[in-house]
Design a protein around this ligand. Structure first.
Ligand code: C2E
Ligand code: CA
Ligand code: CA
Ligand code: CA
Length: 280
């Protein structure tokens, strides 16, 4: 390898080497991490705004490394996708979440619906439907407890027809589908109409500007109108302030998620069940 010195070139070279190093580290350590339980799921509550009740969770993956600490998904998911390992990794996540829901149900906990994010490689490679059939059969999980989140970006492109048909199958199996990061991709309304989905999730970049940038408040309102017209449920993500919450309630957004209600937590966290689940 070239040992560059000084100036912009050195920086370029160093960043390249770091990216390659990170990639190598992920590839080398992933199999052991999956086997040893280092891949953890944390869960963030989903809140119904009409009464403030927790009606579900979103499962978010983390990698616990003895040296590097808790590694956030943005650091390894893109690498896993690039290396073509997402189908395997995503399947591991789905098994883990299904087992967790069943453990909760067994001890009388009510998690509501649990949403799992799907990576592009899970929709375009592997056997997602087969995996999920096996998971449901083996764990006895009620499919109505599971939701799958797909991003706009993943669903747009040459293989849209194939993805639409996969999503249709999932819904026939009783699993709900959520369109994540709504508003950030290039999807047209025509595209939205073609997608077999149950809910849209308004990206937190729009929520962040609620009450700050008037145009964004109008955009969120328009998204709610579109969703109503199409008979879709809506969740606003990334709610951090009381002001944002008040605006969302004022425009009758049905569901929300964000640090204001709760951060993603591991199931063993002491205040994991803190929020009201509406069950007396
Ligand atoms: P996402 O699906 O849009 O998930 C929401 C992200 O926003 C999460 O970050 C969550 O912790 C964070 N968040 C929640 N509430 C707030 C808030 O009020 N303010 C702010 N600033 N952030 C908030 P996280 O867990 O780091 O995940 C980042 C992304 O990584 C996710 O974005 C998703 O695209 C991906 N990801 C996470 N878990 C999985 C997984 O199990 N499978 C796949 N394929 N992707 C995952
Ligand atoms: Ca998500
Ligand atoms: Ca999102
Ligand atoms: Ca209760």
């Amino acid at each position: 390898t070239v040992k560059a010195e000084g100036g912009g070139f050195a920086f370029f070279d160093r960043s390249m080497r770091d990216a390659a190093d990170k990639r190598r580290w992920v590839i080398d350590n992933l199999p052991r991490a999956m086997k040893s339980g280092a891949i953890e799921m944390h869960y963030q509550p989903l809140i119904r705004l009409s009464d403030g009740v927790r009606v579900g969770f979103e499962a978010l993956v983390r990698w616990r490394d003895p040296v590097r600490g808790l590694i956030p998904p943005d650091r390894f998911i893109p690498i896993i996708e690039e290396c073509g390992l997402m189908a395997t990794f995503g399947s591991h996540i789905l098994w883990q979440v299904a087992a967790q829901i069943q453990r909760w149900v067994a001890v009388g906990r009510e998690p509501g619906k649990v949403a799992v994010n799907l990576g592009a490689g899970q929709l375009l490679g592997g056997d997602l439907v087969g995996d999920l059939r096996a998971i449901l059969a083996e764990t006895g999980l009620d499919p109505a407890r599971l939701e799958l989140e797909v991003t706009e970006t993943v669903t747009v492109g040459r293989r849209t027809a194939e993805i639409v048909s996969t999503l249709e199958t999932l819904r026939e199996m009783g699993i709900a589908v959520v369109l994540d990061d709504f508003g950030t991709g290039h999807a047209s309304l025509t595209h939205l109409r073609r997608l077999p989905i149950d809910r849209i999730k308004i990206d937190r970049s729009f929520v962040a500007n609620l009450g700050v940038v008037n145009a964004d408040t109008a955009v969120v309102r328009a998204m709610l109108d579109i969703a109503r017209t199409m008979d879709l449920s809506v969740v606003a993500e990334g709610v951090e302030t009381e002001e944002q919450l008040a605006r969302l309630i004022a425009i009758e957004c049905p569901l929300a998620q964000g640090y204001l209600f709760g951060r993603p937590l591991p199931p063993e966290a002491p205040d994991f069940w803190r929020l009201d689940d509406g069950v007396a």
